[in-house]
Write a protein that binds this ligand. Structure first.
Ligand code: CTP
Length: 411
């Protein structure tokens, strides 16, 4: 299809696509398709009159989500508009009728779309569509001026051209491709990693003792998966080497599943190539086990009888290789860019800087063990030789901040 975005520029983003009642609503179905193709999750929202113009089934079928239209929707744990605002990275109202413009200018909240626009934390983009005389009317122009002065919504269009009845003038909704481009811009989506190969490790490694028992750790993999998703969204080819996690693979990412540290090492070697020439960056977000059991029992081991000999059990462990330090030691020059992670309970920046030198890497993301296990938000410090940047944000935002640094080093 012409105009289809080819990159997953919006991977991992959730967009509330709100339709109000105008003929141009049929074009918003195609806008939904563009957003979905770019990897976004699209939540359709409609006013009562929008459903006179396009079928709810069309949008719910395309977006694989029910259309929301009711302020009083009881399927939300809480208020629908507030819950929707929480999950939206961007709200777009396309088409925006003259009536919706007036309601937005007044700050009304008398349906789900208007209330969502009022409570949104994210950028709100509106694409007006109406007869040219409605657009030119002083009342509409006053509303537009109010919205511009408030600075809380961004307008895309309207444009010159034929409107529904064939008359030509300023009032036609911008084409879906133009609205799509405005959405990409409003979200600050970048393609600065196009043509680059980014290797990311994520999750725990687990070291098997026997067929039913293992030594593991509490890493969920969320940080590494967020880095993989964000790098793909910025145009990189991404290899994600993952220990056992419950997370689903971000779209467009090549995933290699491993269990142990030694398996992870083989996967890293394969992804980087013998002279590290196949990757532009390695982000080691995995919590690699420092030790593995000295022996693996092929049959399930039986516990000894209780009593003196059976009350204490020692397991002999062997040191695992440090995978990141191994790559750091082999690297000459700045390729691939190397990023390590450090979880500490104290002296975060000092320890991070020590890791930076010991492992010969470019950046270390330090994380206090009190934060960050399993949550979607994190508090980290991004440390390099010269600076230590504290950051409190979602894992996706931290991933993007990290990728800004990596892209800078690759430029
Ligand atoms: N790492 C690695 N190979 C290992 C262990 C860790 O590549 N065998 C990587 C991790 O992926 C992470 C960083 O090194 O990027 C973490 O460093 P590490 O020395 O494991 O941190 P801690 O275990 O927290 O260090 P220490 O035991 O010194 O506190």
């Amino acid at each position: 299809m012409p105009g289809m975005p080819d990159a997953l520029a919006l991977a991992g983003r959730t967009i509330s696509l709100c339709l109000t009642g105008g003929i141009a609503a049929y074009k918003s179905v195609y806008l939904a398709r563009l957003l979905l193709t770019a990897g976004a999750a699209v939540q359709p929202v409609m006013t009562a009159s929008a459903s006179r113009f396009v079928g709810k089934v069309t949008l719910s079928g395309l977006c694989a989500r029910p259309v929301l239209e009711d302020m009083w929707d009881s399927s939300f744990a809480g208020e629908a508009h507030v819950a929707l605002a929480e999950q939206s990275d961007l709200v777009v109202i396309a088409p925006t009728t003259a009536d919706m413009l007036a309601r937005l200018a007044q700050g009304r909240a008398d349906d789900l779309v208007a209330a969502l626009a009022l409570v949104a934390k994210s950028p709100v983009l509106i694409a007006p569509a109406m007869h040219p005389r409605m657009w030119a009317h002083p009342a509409t122009q006053r509303n537009v001026a109010t919205l511009r002065a408030d600075g809380r919504v961004r307008l895309v269009g309207p444009v010159e051209g034929p409107v529904a009845n064939g008359e030509v003038g300023l009032g036609r909704m911008s084409e879906p491709e133009a609205i799509f481009a405005a959405i990409v811009e409003a979200l600050g989506a970048r393609t600065d990693l196009a043509g680059k190969h980014v290797v990311v490790t994520a999750g725990p490694t687990v070291e098997d003792l026997d067929p039913v028992r293992f030594l593991g750790n509490r890493s969920t993999g969320k940080m590494g998966f967020a880095v993989a998703e964000a790098a793909r969204a910025r145009g990189a080819r991404v290899t994600l080497i993952a220990g056992p996690t419950a997370l689903s693979t971000p779209r467009g990412v090549d995933r290699v599943d491993v269990r142990s540290a030694l398996e992870m090492q083989s996967a890293i070697d394969a992804a980087l190539g013998p002279a590290l020439e196949r990757a532009d960056a390695l982000v080691m977000a995995a919590a690699v086990a420092d030790y593995r059991p000295a022996t693996y029992e092929p049959e399930k081991t039986k516990k000894p009888k209780a009593g003196k000999a059976g009350d204490v059990l020692s397991i002999e462990l062997l040191r695992n290789p440090d995978l990141l330090a191994g790559v750091g030691a082999r690297r000459s020059g700045g390729r691939p860019v190397l990023v390590g992670f450090a979880v500490e309970t104290r002296d975060l920046v000092d320890y991070a800087r020590r890791k930076l030198r010991d492992k010969r890497v470019d950046l270390v993301v330090g994380n206090l063990a009190t934060h960050g296990f399993g949550g979607d938000d994190d508090e980290v410090v991004i440390v390099d030789e010269a600076s230590a940047e504290p950051l409190r944000a979602s894992k996706r935002q931290i991933a993007d901040a990290l990728l800004d640094r990596i892209a800078g080093r690759l430029a």
